[in-house]
Design a protein. Sequence first.
Length: 244
Amino acid sequence: MSRPEWRRSWLGHAEWFFLLAGLAAVDAFVWVNTSTVLYQAYEDWSFDQTLRGLKPSARGFVSDEMSWFFNGRRNVENPDLPRPPEAIPPEQRPRSPEMLLGRLRIPRLHVAAMVREGADSRTLRMAIGHIPGTALPGKTGNVGLAGHRDTFFRALSNIEKNDAIDFETDSGTFRYMVESTRIVSPRDVSVLTASSGHTLTLVTCYPFYYVGSAPKRFIVRAVQVNTGGGHQQASAAAASVPPS
């Protein structure tokens, strides 16, 4: 084989290699994002079903979504059905890794995402993570939540003082009001220090549009502003830790 022919052959193989590599990368990206969207959609629906005292199931979720897709509305069965009595209050149940804790909302920024126990990479890929060792909503202390800057916490770049943050759980909805934001080193864990009050700390990487592993952490501190029970309660704080 002559040198020009060898070069054309090599280039042809290289083109196929890079084409297949590109398709694999796109496939992986689509799969990761699709699984995250589906997880959030199912857990969001399941959480609402649980609050109504209904038992969620994959079949019910598909039926509900199909009804919404074709009819423009979701099936709501007995929305006022009382919740069944529980032997152990929600706040006293043991927390297991990746356990669903509730839903976080920041109304002004149109943020709504499910919250799971844990701050490992798998958890943060699928949801906002509750940082182990920090308080739970409604309890005295500092509730620490972490999220990726390029997914669930991207909107934090526009958060402002006095923005409301709602943490909905099966023991109530806790509202927090943003007090301050700051940028800290990843080593600064003082932002997660236990509080004698009721605070909430949101943690994500900074800068928001940095390419690669971001060198800083963006912290949002909020304070609980209501003390009501049921699903009309609220709480607040802000912090940073796991990298995105």
